[in-house]
Design a protein. Structure first.
Lengths: 121, 697
């Protein structure tokens, strides 16, 4: 059975690219347009991996991760932050919120696949 | 796996264009003294999204500009810098530059002048570096200018185009000196800049992979590149003592242990994992398990179709598809009308069920047609949204204070009309700003608020959309227009009404501006506006009071696909006259029709002599009657001129689906389009403007 990934980004083009790449690799991908939407979709069903943008309207990535970690079913789910800033502030914030790792934008589809494969196989 | 990125370009273009538009409108709304943090955030996010997208899809020139833009926005958003008017100005300029770059990528256009790009970048960078202490850097070998750091950068195997972009960005941020160009797209440069090392790297990273860069605040050791693939930033926190040879590039097969993952996080491969973070448990499992084995820890195995969850509440569809749909519905309407006509003659008692179904079909067809038409409808805010910027720019240029008010932005009209109405409206707005609204001094002298008001108002009235452009300026001057008319040899009677005087400004080549400015008043204008709007089947009216203001009213049909028309019969033919041109229909008395030597026939309608044109002679048809007193005269008006058309009889009033004659046949003088009637026959739609011109000679 295909593994499911929740991809959250407010940019349609990035979201489509991510979804297209991962679907092409045989994952099931559900898209969400911002943190709030992502949280609702995450509540509706469990995922094997959550990929989230950091900077989004309504709810940002860090807040989303904190909210997810507070839910028992997402306690151990890998969560990756897609971010344009790879500074230390972001890293410590991400880590404190409970993210599993980060991936710096811009990234190409190959790198995304490599990372996802490493994380959930 | 290779993914063709170009399939996402169109989405990115649309998205970026939307972000640029929202950025502009937000910027124009910002209160400089007390900017709303939410709005600042939204502006920042727009720039940020464009940066992320353009970087991912390889439009590096846009990335460069947005990066610097974002830097400055970030500082303002965080309260490190105070927002100033000049910042808004340069933000808007940057928005224009990005728009230009976007258009260039989209349509292969000319792109943006490089000096403009460099200038905007330089101003942005300079604003961003103000007031904030430059990041302390190791003492440079040669002292650059105060507050600046000298970086040495070497690039390896960077594509020429990328390199050019990058160098342009860098040049906008400091003094750039190319030290060595060793061919093969290798390059070493020296840069004195106020940017911090982190900022610099972040900027570079958007254009080229950091693997291709070596950066140092001192001289570069030429052997640095020996280590290939990985770049090091000397003195950067977290730089590895020795770069681990990662499995990157293999992409699959080996699952490395979390410990290795950890070491990899600093390998500057653009991603990393927090070792002890939640989720690592699973990675360890994955690392231990065979790649194909499903994740045991993953809760649930719910087979969930993704499609149900996929997108939000709207979809993007190409205009051609919608047009095709509209076309098909048009055909359906015709078919339905044919069916209705055929069944009109059957015995209602015998065919009751059939007749019921036919009338139900008629209702459903009409509903379907309306809903399909509504797909093409867009709110007029798409046009109105450009005006805050226009008003701001023009008012600043002219030294006037103007407040723009827009009312009824949600009013919808056909997409085709939206595109066509933009230019005429812009012209009217510029005219109002230039000639209508007075300078603050003049306004104060006239006892008005120094700040003028320009109002754009849209509303539906019947089957029309009405757009008003009104200002509270000086109004039109009757004397000046009449004087100008005399100068231009336009014949005017002495008893001319104000309404008629105002119409004069729509005459070709008419401009009363005392000074020809670069904003408007080049003598082309109102006549073009009028012609454009009439080309859309609309009308322009103008109302003005000296000292109080001017209002221009545009009336447009809601759509270009359907027309309200009167069908008239001439012999065996049916013609359609667009309803909004018809003033009245009458049967003249014999004595009212007179033949004037060399001018053909005229008809006296309540004291007004109108040229009489017989449709049968124009189109060479054998009519039922050639005598006007036995047929019907339809009085029409176009361009303020009237004429009377002689037809055999009036048949009825219909909504007709417009079919282009040019695409299906060829252009015919006096005919604007065709339609298909209920009986399946083609009826021609008359071109009123052309007919009136013909009648008037």
């Amino acid at each position: 059975m295909a593994k499911t990934i929740l991809a959250i980004d407010d940019s349609t083009s990035i979201r489509q690219m991510v979804a297209f790449t991962l679907k092409g690799a045989g994952y099931e991908v559900v898209e969400a347009v911002d943190g709030e939407d992502g949280l609702n979709k995450a509540k509706a069903k469990p995922f094997n991996l959550v990929l989230t943008d950091q900077n989004m309207p309504k709810m940002d990535g860090i807040t989303l991760i904190k909210s997810l970690r507070a839910m028992p079913q997402y306690k151990n789910t890998p969560i990756l932050v897609l971010t344009t800033e790879a500074g230390d502030t972001m890293k410590s914030q991400g880590k404190a919120a409970g993210a599993t790792g980060w991936l710096v934008k811009p990234f190409d589809p190959q790198k995304l696949m490599d990372v996802v494969k490493k994380v959930i196989g | 796996m290779t993914v063709d990125m170009s399939q996402f370009y169109e989405v990115f273009f649309e998205e970026a264009a939307e972000h640029l538009a929202s950025m502009e409108s937000l910027l124009l709304k910002l209160d400089i003294n007390a900017p709303d943090p939410d709005e600042l955030n939204a502006v920042f996010r727009a720039a940020h999204s464009i940066k992320g997208g353009s970087g991912t899809f390889g439009f590096t020139d846009m990335t460069g500009v947005t990066h610097i833009l974002e830097n400055l926005l970030d500082k303002i958003r965080k309260g490190e810098l105070a927002l100033r008017q000049e910042m808004i100005d340069v933000f808007l300029e940057a928005g224009d530059v990005l728009k230009g770059q976007l258009d260039a990528h989209r349509s292969g256009g000319a792109g943006v002048d490089e000096t403009t790009v460099a200038h905007v970048c330089a101003v942005l960078a300079q604003l961003a570096s103000e007031d904030t202490a430059p990041v302390a850097a190791p003492p440079p070998s040669v002292t650059p200018r105060q507050g600046r750091t000298r970086f040495h950068l070497a690039f390896k195997r960077v594509a020429k185009a990328k390199l050019e972009n990058l160098l342009r960005e860098l040049a906008g941020n400091g003094d750039l000196k190319v030290q060595e160009e060793s061919g093969n797209e290798n390059l070493s440069i020296m840069l004195d800049t106020s940017l911090s090392e982190t900022d610099l790297l972040e900027m570079i990273q958007y254009v080229v992979s950091l693997k291709q860069v070596v950066l140092a605040t001192g001289e570069i050791d030429p052997t640095e590149f020996a280590r290939e693939a990985f770049g090091f930033f000397e003195g950067n926190p977290g730089a590895p003592e020795e770069a681990p040879v990662a499995e990157e590039g293999d992409g699959f097969g080996l699952f490395i242990s979390p410990a290795e993952l950890k070491s990899q996080q600093e390998a500057d491969d653009g991603f990393g994992l927090f070792d002890d973070a939640p989720g690592m448990e699973q990675i360890k499992q994955v690392a231990a398990a065979a790649p194909s084995k499903p994740l045991a820890a993953a809760p649930g195995k719910t087979p969930m179709p993704t499609a149900t969850n996929a997108e939000g509440s709207s979809i993007r569809v190409s205009v051609e598809k919608v047009d095709q749909l509209i076309n098909l519905v048009g055909e359906l309407v015709i078919t339905q009308a044919m069916l209705a006509q055929t069944t009109a003659n059957v015995d209602p008692a015998l065919y009751e069920v059939l007749l019921n179904s036919v009338s139900q079909l008629e209702r459903n067809t009409r509903d379907l047609q309306e809903s399909v038409m509504s797909i093409r409808m867009m709110p007029i805010s798409f046009v109105f949204s450009r005006f805050p910027r226009v008003v701001r720019d023009v008012a600043t240029k002219l030294g006037k204070q103007v407040e723009l008010r827009t009312i009824g932005e949600g009013t919808e009209l056909d997409k085709g009309l939206i595109e066509k109405i933009a230019d005429p409206l812009t012209h009217l707005v510029r005219n109002s700003l230039d000639h209508g609204i007075e300078t603050p001094e003049k306004r104060i002298a006239a006892g008005k608020d120094p700040k003028g008001t320009l109002t754009l108002r849209a509303s539906h009235q019947g089957g029309n959309i009405v757009i008003e452009v009104s200002d509270d300026g000086g109004g039109l001057s009757r004397e000046r227009i009449l004087a100008k008319a005399k100068e231009k040899d336009i014949p005017v009677s002495d008893s001319i009404t104000d309404q008629e005087v105002w119409l004069l400004i729509f005459a070709p080549g008419f401009s009363t501006a005392e000074v020809v400015t670069d904003v408007s008043g080049r003598g082309v204008g109102m006549d073009v506006v009028k012609r454009n709007i009439e080309g859309m089947g609309g009308r322009v009216e103008l109302d003005s009071k000296t000292g109080v203001g001017t209002t221009v009213t545009i009336r447009l049909p809601l759509t270009l696909a359907i027309l309200d028309g009167m069908s008239v019969a001439v012999g065996d033919e049916i013609f359609i006259i667009p309803l909004n041109y018809i003033i009245e229909s009458l049967q003249p008395a014999e004595r009212d029709v007179k033949t004037v030597a060399s001018e053909g026939r005229v008809v006296n309608v309540r004291g007004e002599y109108l040229p009489l044109m017989a449709l049968h002679s124009l189109f060479n048809i054998k009519p039922k009657t050639r005598d006007p007193s036995k047929g019907i005269l339809v009085v029409i008006e176009s361009d303020g001129a009237k004429a009377a058309l002689l037809v055999d009889e009036l048949v009825g009033q219909h909504q007709v689906v417009i079919k282009s004659l040019e695409t299906n046949f060829r252009k015919v003088r006096g005919i604007s389009a065709a339609t298909i009637m209920g009986d399946g026959k083609v009826a021609l739609i008359l071109d009123m403007a052309a007919l009136v011109r013909m009648a008037r000679g």
